[in-house]
Design a protein around this ligand. Sequence first.
Ligand code: ATP
Ligand code: MG
Length: 273
Amino acid sequence: MSSKNKGDVRSHFGLTSLPFTREIPVERLWPHSQYQQAATELKAAVEERMSAAIISPAGTGKTVVLRALKAALPEARYRVHYVKLTDLCSRDFCKEVAVALGCSPAGYYGALVRKVQDRAQALLEQEGLRPVIILDEGHDMRPEVLAILRVLTNFEMDSRLVVSLVLAGQPSLKKTLRREELESVTRRLAHYASLRLLTRDEIRDYVRHRLSIVGADHEVFDDAAYDALYEVGQGNLRATDHLALKSMEHAFQAGHKAVGAEHVTTARTKVMP
Ligand SMILES: Nc1ncnc2c1ncn2[C@@H]1O[C@H](COP(=O)(O)OP(=O)(O)OP(=O)(O)O)[C@@H](O)[C@H]1O
Ligand SMILES: [Mg+2]
């Protein structure tokens, strides 16, 4: 759909901007307890100077929880660095870690690893800003990237780490974490958070919230449409986002002011394989 048509969908439903987009500010997130609790648990692990992981299927809200976590960690105490692990080679990852620890990412891999080690040791003594490295999409982590995680986790003051790692990934991350090379990392994972799929009622609340933050002052979906959103999207947030927006486009094209189940059914063929 062109941006003009998207603008038409927005004005057709009387909204201030397009709903269900990925760019949702932290302060406008849906305040559901499962996401708030996951962020609180991860924060508690970091405050304990431990590491933590969050594991759940695609599209269930992990990256959003990580953004909430980052926002909740005071800048005066934590240097938080977000890294997407997808397809990152070990050198690039090492550079990211160097940046996270506050040193220059220049130099060859070997030199960089030593620099990171030295810096980690210096931090042991200084205790100023505590580095927190958020590793998103950990299920795609290349095995050689694990080596640098080991380097990071081999430096310890007591049983605790100089760096807190927060690992996020889809369920195959569990298998990766069982690898022997990662034992030093998993031993210090103080907490595993997970997110579940939403119920029928929660999906309705979620959709209403996403519409209310873009100015909806009336019901955009009728009851049957909410049911259809749940049946098709199966309580998955990302699937629901795509489906809900596509359904609104179909209702707009059909000239309807409310989205009905038939629009969700039509949208289904456009967003699902
Ligand atoms: N608390 C929330 N409030 C509002 N929207 C949310 C919230 N959590 C998730 N979402 C919506 O769900 C979408 C999917 O969430 P997210 O990208 O965090 O999933 P994910 O678990 O990281 O998926 P993947 O494993 O594919 O990376 C987001 O783009 C956002 O639109
Ligand atoms: Mg994600």
